[in-house]
Design a protein around this ligand. Structure first.
Ligand code: ZN
Ligand code: ZN
Length: 134
């Protein structure tokens, strides 16, 4: 199989690879991620910034709320990354931008209180009302 830690945007202008295992993988049900993705639930891998290498292109960033920056492809609009002053030593990538998302299953849900009521997933993963820290 190809490197399971590679990914990129829909048009291919942006490509990345990360080394090692993600710090975590998880679903986010918050309203901002829903709007950003256009999907009812988002799913992320969390990385140390030094694990990640952009091998092609560069994300444009949009400050979606105070001290939160969401990266996307300026050519095709694919949402790719999330970083926040709150987690200065992390960058989060949408699992759906990976070439092999099946290799990175989520381990928890956050912002479960914001979940769209008709959506559910059949799993026994921890469900946090807000973040895993609150
Ligand atoms: Zn693109
Ligand atoms: Zn979110």
């Amino acid at each position: 199989m190809d490197n399971v830690n590679e990914g990129g945007c829909l048009c291919g202008a942006i490509r990345y690879v990360f080394s090692g295992a993600p710090l975590w993988t998880g679903y986010c049900h918050c309203v901002s991620c829903r709007r950003n993705t256009g999907a009812v639930v988002a799913c992320f891998v969390g990385l140390r910034p030094q694990q990640l290498e952009w091998t092609s292109g560069q994300c444009r960033e949009f400050e979606s709320s105070a001290d939160v920056w969401r990266g996307f492809c300026g050519d095709c609009g694919t949402p790719i990354s999330y970083r926040a002053r709150r987690w200065p030593n992390e960058i989060h990538l949408y699992v759906g931008t990976l070439d092999h998302p099946e290799q990175h299953p989520p381990r928890f849900h956050v912002f479960y209180n914001d979940k769209v009521h008709w959506f559910d997933s059949a799993d026994d993963l921890p469900r946090h009302a807000k973040t895993s820290l609150e």
